[in-house]
Ligand binder design. Structure first.
Ligand code: HPA
Length: 271
């Protein structure tokens, strides 16, 4: 794995001298953020050795090098998912590469179903904790260079970044919710009984991404911040027939709020 990472890093480093400090991973229908930062270089995933290429509509599949308020960024416009048949190693591979590019902070976004009865479609939920119902990406051979064999997960989501999100939101026309994200493999959406179960065990939102990346990044000592856009409701009485198109549309509608918040937060990330 280390050899592969070095090849990917070498391919990227040949094309840019930008040394990103922050990585941003944009979920389904949430790719417009890239129009709001100063993009210097775009590399399709297909041109980077070993990078998984997402096949899902709504996920662009390009790596962007950019600046926002002088903070150097690497942005993933779209991500590969486990449900596409990629292994956990493949799904989380870009995060390994970003660590070796030198990032110290990771911002992730996703579309998720809301199970908390106080949520409505279009809400933004800061992820404060998670329950992982996907295979763990750290199963398998341990590479000591990445970090502990048994990483602590009691504070996987950086508390300071969570606080910062709420202080940024105060001065923006953005309201934030906070909650626990449950990660499932998909690709099916939930049955009504599954939504009920996930609510009972402590979930506020459910989705098919983010947690593998957070586990891998947290193991490597990267500060993680993640946010869900609530695109549908898994609340008894409010459950509607769900399609990927509806999820994408709801995510796109809420995207400007997410972009505003991310921009404000990234501007405050200092070395
Ligand atoms: N369940 C799982 N994944 C999702 C959902 C959902 O309701 N909405 C968006 N992604």
């Amino acid at each position: 794995m280390l050899q592969k990472i070095k090849e990917s890093v070498a391919c990227i480093s040949k094309q840019t001298t930008i040394k990103p400090q922050v990585a941003v991973v944009l979920g389904s229908g949430l790719g417009d953020f890239v129009h709001e930062v100063e993009v210097k270089l775009k590399i399709p995933y297909s041109q980077i050795p070993y990078f998984p290429v997402p096949g899902v509509d709504g996920h662009e599949g390009a790596l962007l090098f950019a600046f926002h308020k002088q903070v150097p960024l690497v942005i993933m416009q779209g991500r590969a998912h486990f449900y596409e048949g990629y292994s956990m190693d493949e799904v989380t591979y870009p995060l390994r590469v970003f660590k070796y590019l030198g990032i110290d902070t990771l911002f992730l976004s996703n579309a998720a179903g809301g199970m908390n009865p106080d949520f409505k479609i279009g809400d933004l939920m800061v992820i404060a904790d998670h329950i992982n119902m996907m295979p763990n990406p750290l199963v398998g051979e341990h590479v000591p260079e990445f970090g502990s064999r048994f990483p602590d997960m009691s504070e996987a989501y950086n508390k300071k970044l969570i606080e910062q999100a709420f202080s940024s939101a105060k001065k923006l026309p953005v309201q934030l919710k906070k909650g626990c994200y449950i990660a499932v493999t998909g690709p099916t959406y939930e049955t009504s009984a599954e939504y009920r179960f996930f609510r009972t065990i402590g979930g506020d939102a459910v989705g098919m991404s983010t947690v593998p990346e957070v586990i891998v990044a947290h193991q490597m000592g990267i500060k993680c911040f993640a946010m869900s856009v609530i695109t549908d409701l898994g609340v008894p009485g409010k459950i509607e027939y769900l399609t990927h198109e509806k999820v994408k549309k709801a995510a796109q509608d809420a995207e400007p709020k997410l972009a505003m918040l991310l921009k404000d937060m990234i501007g405050k990330v200092g070395r």
